[in-house]
Design a protein around this ligand. Structure first.
Ligand SMILES: Nc1ncnc2c1ncn2[C@@H]1O[C@H](COP(=O)(O)OP(=O)(O)O)[C@@H](O)[C@H]1O
Ligand SMILES: [Mg+2]
Length: 273
């Protein structure tokens, strides 16, 4: 999918805020009077359909908290989050979350875990089979369809979780450092697969990462959050195309535009610590 990007890295001017995700004046506190933690300062954010937004920032700055609020696992202390104009109050099948640590049902095999969301959606067996085959292949688990989670490495469990979320076809894919525990080669392969899925499906992705390189490589827009209480201190569109063409992966990471943006994001994180 090639879309023109506006200044915030979003789909071009005709974007109608349909399915936009809006974070409006969100502040988050945890705990009671004695030991109150101010996790999010005030977050205002509009994520347009089809954006691939990477969120980086120092550990403990509230990245996971923001993602959990968007997923609907809890309500913000102040402010609200809307999708398509409707206030988010609980989890929904329009938002799929990939957790930092794999969360699989231990009594189900890989195929059953991947098909679970589709089963809930009432997709019939044959169609579920086609989807699970497709996503198992994508994450390299085709030969492990009948294995249970305890028979898999941590990285394989994580790949299974990613396949499960993608197979259920949410509009918003919320990913909390999903590749953090993977070896470098697997990580690079999955980064490229994820970009392909994003281009083909036009899904909106919100992706938390510790890695500045990963943020710039994957994102169409990169956000940096300050240390707690977290607020957005940098919001940059990513445009690494040369003559309208995205550079091949092998050239991208050493391209001057890539290096310049990586350094800018890195400086913003360091300044915010
Ligand atoms: N459920 C909770 N109860 C109390 N404190 C929490 C809870 N969740 C997160 N926090 C605190 O909020 C802050 C932000 O946490 P988190 O969102 O996990 O940061 P990050 O993902 O950026 O590392 C941390 O100080 C953390 O300890
Ligand atoms: Mg976190």
């Amino acid at each position: 999918m090639t879309v023109a990007m506006d200044k915030s890295g979003g789909a071009a001017s005709n974007a109608k805020h349909e399915k936009s995700l809006v974070v409006d004046g969100v502040r988050q506190f945890f705990g009671t009077k004695g030991a109150k933690v101010h996790a999010l300062s005030r977050i205002d954010l509009v994520i347009e359909p089809g954006q691939f937004v990477c969120l980086a920032g120092p550990s403990g700055c509230g990245k996971t908290t923001l993602l959990r609020l968007i997923a609907g696992f809890m309500r913000p202390t102040e402010g609200q989050i809307t999708v398509d104009g409707r206030v988010v109050s609980k989890p929904g099948s329009d938002r799929g979350m990939v957790f930092q640590a794999p969360t699989l049902y231990p009594w189900m095999d890989v195929r059953q875990n991947i098909e679970l969301g589709l089963k809930f959606q009432g997709v019939h067996k044959a169609a579920r089979g086609i989807e699970s085959e497709r996503y198992m292949k994508m994450v390299g688990l085709s030969d492990f369809a009948e294995r249970k989670p305890y028979e898999l490495s941590g990285g394989m469990q994580q790949r299974c979780q990613i396949a499960r979320v993608l197979a259920s076809d949410p509009d918003f894919v919320l990913m909390d450092e999903p590749f953090g525990a993977l070896d470098a080669l697997t990580r690079e392969r999955l980064q490229e697969e994820l970009l392909t899925i994003w281009r083909e499906t036009g899904k909106t992705i919100l992706f938390i990462t510790h890695s500045v390189e990963e943020a710039v490589f994957l994102g169409s827009r990169v956000l940096v959050m300050s240390r707690r209480p977290g607020k957005i201190v940098l919001d940059e569109p990513v445009d690494l195309a040369v003559d309208g063409q995205r550079l091949p992966v092998a050239e991208l990471r050493s391209a001057p535009a890539f290096v310049a943006l990586r350094d800018k994001v890195r400086d913003a994180i360091q300044a915010s610590m």
